[in-house]
Design a protein around this ligand. Structure first.
Ligand SMILES: Nc1nc2c(c(=O)[nH]1)N[C@H]1C(S)=C(S)[C@@H](COP(=O)(O)OP(=O)(O)OC[C@H]3O[C@@H](n4cnc5c(N)ncnc54)[C@H](O)[C@@H]3O)O[C@H]1N2
Ligand code: MOO
Length: 392
């Protein structure tokens, strides 16, 4: 059995090489990672731009100006102002070369075509200079940057329509188990509703992964073997739920061995999620998660989240962790390090009742996991504990 730290190191080591480049329309790159540096194709702003609704002035040694023209946002004409002349101007409009300051309309008094300003203005006041944000040819965004809404807005403002990003992995989600029936169908004795696929699918969507195919297999060796074989050939990442423990009808491990999947680790010293398998077949990464729903989701956040980051070119390592003050007492059962479902708010964390790996009720209201190390026997109120913040 491997430790959590070694397992995380192995995930980092094995998942770094799988990234590929793809060029996508900017509408499709949200949450993707830039594959190459982007240089600004234009100056931004492309012209001297008014930052206010007001008046553009050609400054002189007097507080009075004569109003001669108007430039609205989008206008292309360039009135020529002599010293002491002003034009009406609006936010975002092009300031003529002959104007050297803009004054807000609240700060002037207008009388006929005369404009009285009540203060001395400095040159370029309220004017955004050409290339103030970024100059043509300068580095606009570095490779490795995550494309947030702000980044997408910024690149669009530079007129960029296509972006080179790390290809997001194609993902197969495979559930196993004779006991599983679809929500909406009758629930016969001995059956349960299949919930892991929808849970993991939404966790992937939340992180911006959309190329996901879902497969459901029974506890049958031949079916397990052939479905896994196809999934490995056709996807960058295969996530299996269930069938990885030691029962007579747990066929995943045997099929993975037959398929010559390299075992990076099997079994992690942790609770929940002990029977976690991580492997690799050529460039395809493969996680076999324990079927118990809370164990599967914990392993997703702790390990698969990290692998997904690596595959998509992000350099940071997994979910953010912080120290927080516990508002709860908790006594650990056994020596295994434990991930505890919890609610974090404002530097404090409440550890929830109902930590069984079969239960999702507490996970459904959690926004964090408390990591209780193996050598800790209990947590007491006011103890500082390590908290992993979940990505929502
Ligand atoms: N003799 C031992 N038995 C078990 C051990 C062990 O070390 N020795 N480990 C236990 C632990 S810990 C876990 S976790 C489970 C993992 O078992 P599997 O990964 O083989 O998962 P299954 O047996 O297929 O399912 C476990 C549990 O989860 C339910 N399940 C499975 N898939 C789904 C799904 N898609 N949606 C909803 N629920 C699902 C399934 O019905 C079972 O109740 O093994 C222990 N046993
Ligand atoms: O590792 Mo199991 O996940 O405790 O139920």
């Amino acid at each position: 059995m491997i430790s959590i730290e070694d397992a995380l190191r192995a995930v980092i080591a094995k998942s770094k090489e799988v990234s590929k480049e793809v060029i996508l329309p900017i509408e499709k790159v949200y949450n993707s990672i830039l594959y190459r540096d982007i240089y600004a194709p234009i100056n931004m702003p492309p012209f001297r731009q008014s930052a206010m609704d007001g008046y553009a002035l050609n400054l002189h040694n007097d507080f009075s100006y004569e109003l001669i023209d108007e430039v609205k946002a989008g206008d292309s004409h360039q009135p020529i102002l002599k010293p002491g002349e002003a034009i009406r101007i609006f936010t975002g409009a092009a300031v003529p070369d002959s104007a050297n300051a803009v004054i807000m309309q609240e700060k002037v008094i207008i009388n006929n075509n005369k404009l009285a300003v009540n203060s001395q203005l400095s040159f370029e006041y309220n004017i955004r200079t050409v290339g103030e944000q970024v100059k043509k040819g300068e580095l606009a965004l570095k490779k490795g940057t995550k494309l947030t809404p702000a980044a997408i807005g910024y690149l669009s403002s530079l007129g960029i329509t296509k972006v080179s990003v790390y290809k997001k992995p194609t993902i197969a989600l495979i559930t196993t188990g004779n006991e599983l029936v679809e929500p909406g169908e009758d629930l016969d004795y001995g059956k349960i509703y299949e919930s892991n696929s929808k849970m993991l699918h939404s966790a992937l969507w939340n992180l911006g992964f959309e190329d996901i195919s879902i497969h459901k297999i029974k506890d049958n060796y031949e079916e397990t073997y052939s479905k896994l074989k196809n999934a490995i050939t056709e996807h960058d990442l295969v996530i299996i739920s269930g069938g990885i423990s030691v029962g007579d009808y747990d066929f995943v491990g045997k099929a993975l061995t037959e398929l010559k999947v390299e075992e990076v680790f099997y079994k992690v010293d942790q609770k929940p999620g002990k029977p976690l398998f991580f492997g690799k077949s050529d460039s395809t990464l493969l996680f076999a998660l324990p079927g118990n729903p809370a164990a599967a989701l914990t392993c997703f956040y702790v390990y698969i989240y990290l692998a997904l980051h690596r595959l998509t070119g992000l350099k940071n390592h997994g979910l953010p962790t912080i120290k927080a003050k516990s508002l709860s007492n908790f006594v650990k059962n056994g020596d295994r390090p434990q991930f505890l479902k919890a609610i974090y708010r404002n530097g404090e964390v409440t550890i929830l009742e109902g930590q069984s790996s079969a239960m999702l009720q507490t996970f459904a209201i959690s926004n964090a996991l408390v990591l209780m190390k193996g050598n800790m026997e209990q947590i007491q109120v006011n103890d500082l504990v390590e908290v992993i913040l979940l990505p929502f």
